[in-house]
Design a protein around this ligand. Structure first.
Ligand SMILES: Cc1cc2nc3c(=O)[nH]c(=O)nc-3n(C[C@H](O)[C@H](O)[C@H](O)COP(=O)(O)OP(=O)(O)OC[C@H]3O[C@@H](n4cnc5c(N)ncnc54)[C@H](O)[C@@H]3O)c2cc1C
Length: 339
């Protein structure tokens, strides 16, 4: 295993902030991971795992080892008349997998089209969009325990999936996800909970019997109208999670802000869209030097070019303070913050 030294991470993350890694290594197989964890340098340095870098804000240079996961491959491991199981390398680009499955008329991840990043990152973050979370199709996850080098297999339940989280994100033990097995359906299961998706399918005349590809195309078009392309501007998608407040707090806010969208949850709490919070605080399209929020989507914090990780984080803190003081709401970052 060879380590590169003092490697710029700007091109490895979608925020494109100019930070570097003291040591940088790429892994393409489980045997590469084993080589890595038995290397003497591994024992003495901190380590960080990188997929597509699309959900990370790196605030300063990383004084340790950054491992880029490039484990490849999509293999059919089980198939019957109604379903198919795919074992996918965690370094596969998530959207390439969505294309692979929709081209073969397989159902399950078509609503998650155009989400940047790797298959490993998708599972760690339990990505979600347009009424679907990846946890609904994950059968098993293979990972390597980075302290012992042991290979482990996690059932869906053992992954402890929750809103934008999993055991791989929250655990104090560090795992490198190596392979993910997804179970997809051969029969139609369109998730059409978002009215705009149904309207756009109707406009194309494919609302009655949409294919996974129809759905992916419609959703991709909606996403393109709202979000910048990766590389066009520095950002990591939604910066904050949607805050959850008590019903009493939501009722009080609704009196002050009658247009406030709210989603009542089964446990009695209420989810408020973080984008609404940021817009209400007056930050939509806000700019301060090199940083700001995207003009079409307030929840996307952007690096207009040349921003440091700390500048982006200072803006995030300013928004979090305002949300607390003006609305009594705690905004939590959805992006992973390093260091
Ligand atoms: C334009 C844009 C739109 C987006 N839209 C959405 C959306 O609609 N829904 C959504 O949920 N997210 C969205 N995201 C966020 C992001 O794309 C996802 O969270 C993605 O899954 C992150 O994957 P990644 O490989 O880039 O992970 P990274 O950003 O590289 O890493 C994220 C975290 O996962 C860990 N990690 C990555 N790979 C592994 C691995 N193999 N093993 C162990 N840990 C690992 C990292 O250490 C880090 O803690 C968007 C981002 C952008 C830039």
């Amino acid at each position: 295993m060879t380590f590169k030294e003092h490697v710029s991470l700007a091109s490895h993350t979608t925020f494109m902030v100019n930070v570097s890694a003291r040591y940088f290594a790429e892994v393409r197989s489980v045997s590469d991971i084993r080589d890595l964890v038995t290397n003497p340098l591994w024992q003495s340095e901190r380590h960080y795992i990188l997929g597509g870098g699309s959900n990370l804000l790196i605030r300063a240079d990383l004084d340790g080892i950054v491992v880029k996961n490039l484990i490849d491959g999509i293999d059919v491991v089980d198939e019957d008349d109604t379903s198919i199981s795919l074992r996918v390398g965690a370094g596969v680009v998530w959207d390439d997998l969505v294309k692979w499955t929709t081209e073969r008329d397989l159902w399950g991840i078509e609503n998650l089209v155009l989400i940047p990043g790797s298959v490993g990152g998708a599972v760690v973050q339990n990505i979600g969009a347009y009424g679907v979370e990846v946890s609904s199709v994950v059968a098993t996850v293979e990972a390597v325990d980075l302290s012992s080098g042991k290979e482990l297999s996690f059932t869906n339940e053992a992954c402890q999936f929750s809103y934008r989280s999993s055991v791989f994100k929250s655990s104090i033990l560090q795992y490198l996800v190596s392979y993910v097995t997804l179970r997809l359906s051969k029969s139609a299961h369109p998730v059409l909970t978002y009215p705009r998706v149904l309207e756009d399918l109707q406009a194309r005349g494919s609302a009655e019997h949409p294919s996974p590809k129809d759905l992916a195309e419609v959703i991709a078009n909606i996403r393109r109208s709202k979000l910048p392309e990766v590389g066009e501007i520095g950002m990591a998608g939604s910066f904050f999670k949607n805050p959850v407040v008590t019903r009493e707090q939501a009722d009080e806010l609704k009196v002050r802000y009658p247009d406030m969208p709210r989603f009542d949850l089964p446990d009695g709490s209420v989810k408020i869209p973080a984008g609404w919070v940021i817009e209400t605080l007056g930050y939509k399209g806000y700019r301060d030097g090199n940083v700001g929020t995207y003009d079409k989507h307030a929840l996307v914090l952007v690096n207009h070019g040349g921003a440091s990780g700390h500048e982006v984080w200072n803006l995030a803190e300013k928004i979090m303070n305002d949300a607390r003081e003006s609305l009594g709401m705690n905004l939590e970052p959805e992006v992973v913050l390093l260091p």
